[in-house]
Design a protein around this ligand. Structure first.
Ligand code: F6P
Length: 328
């Protein structure tokens, strides 16, 4: 029996927004048009699906958005979709709109929801990794990571101007609830004295030794980049402990926060989003389901969603050594 032809694809963004999500939606919509398949946009992720917030999307609906941050479809972290009842209502909306398959742009939480949805109602879906955290298994880079990294680096550069002018020690928190990718990348790129990430067991003694070495090497200021998920303590706790140890230090704390999620996507993110959006449409039209499309060694790859949600993108701990060598 020939496979059912997919006539209508739904697209949504879910979880935390990331720069490049608009470029991914654009790629999905235009690839659908290219392959003569209807495309339905779903507002506010799974929450919007539960409330049947849909609209038809054609190639012109996505003009001039490749360069825009955020997601014009909007996004949400839906608590209702985590319940069987919520998913049942959402499945009804899929049927009512005659949607044959979904493209989910988001992080691992969104993929977990999509996986349950597929197992319960057989609704085919393809995941597209979109999060600034870069913590998803099955892709070297997630959409939004490169932009966030550059935003964090530029912010740290600016803070360094102030740190050197005042001879201060700065503790700077960057995003990454469970992962240190943004901290490690922005820390190396901005020449941080120390980079504290959850993937490595850090100690206050090592931190204090590093600050002492910095002083002995003749440095008048230091930048310590701390990942939001660091287990040793948050930036304020670390700053207080350091002040206790070195009362003579002039210490400041800066939390970069949500500026890392916004802004125009970088060229890398626009290209990544364009490639993954097209790959997702091609995969679903090829009757693939329950997979995530990603980029590994600059090639499009497909990863079973079970694996993508179970494993984590591994950080290259060797990079910490590079950082240590370079701050001598
Ligand atoms: O997008 C991922 C992330 O930026 C995490 O690093 C952070 O902990 C989280 O989102 C916070 O997002 P929200 O406040 O939207 O839940």
């Amino acid at each position: 029996m020939p496979d059912k032809i997919l006539k209508k694809i739904g697209v949504l963004t879910s979880g935390g927004d990331s720069p490049g999500m608009n470029a991914a939606i654009r790629a999905v919509v235009r690839a659908c048009a290219y392959y003569k398949t209807q495309c339905i946009g779903i507002h506010r992720g799974f929450e919007g699906l539960i409330h049947n917030e849909t609209c038809e999307l054609g190639p012109r609906s996505v003009r001039h958005i490749i360069n825009k941050g955020g997601t014009f479809l909007k996004t949400a972290r839906s608590e209702k979709f985590k319940t069987a009842e919520g998913r049942k209502i959402a499945a009804g909306a899929v049927v009512d709109n005659q949607i044959d398959g979904l493209i989910i742009i988001g992080g691992d939480g969104s993929f977990r929801g999509a996986k349950d949805f597929y197992e319960e109602f057989g609704i085919p879906f393809i995941g597209v990794p979109g999060t600034i955290d870069n913590d998803i298994f099955g892709t070297d880079f997630t959409i939004g990571y490169d932009t966030a990294l550059n935003t964090a680096m530029e912010a740290i550069d600016r803070i360094r101007d102030s740190a050197t002018s005042h001879n201060r020690v700065f503790f700077i928190e960057v995003m990454g609830r469970d992962a240190g990718f943004i901290a490690l990348g922005s820390g190396i790129a901005s020449g941080a004295q120390e980079i504290l990430i959850p993937e490595r067991k850090d100690s206050l003694d090592d931190l204090f030794d590093s600050l002492k070495r910095s002083e002995q090497a003749g440095k008048n200021s230091s930048i310590i980049v701390v990942s939001e998920g660091e287990e040793l303590g948050n930036v304020y706790e670390l700053a207080n402990a350091t002040k206790e140890k070195f009362p003579e230090y002039d210490i400041r704390v800066s939390v970069l926060g949500y500026i890392q999620r916004g802004g125009h996507p970088s060229c890398m993110d626009r290209i990544l989003a364009s490639r993954l959006g097209v790959a997702a449409v091609e995969a679903i039209l090829d009757h693939k389901t329950n997979i995530m499309v990603g980029l590994k060694s600059n090639r499009i790859v497909q990863t079973p969603i079970e694996e993508a949600v179970k494993k984590h993108n591994e950080i290259d701990i060797e990079l910490l050594k590079i950082s240590k060598i370079l701050v001598i």
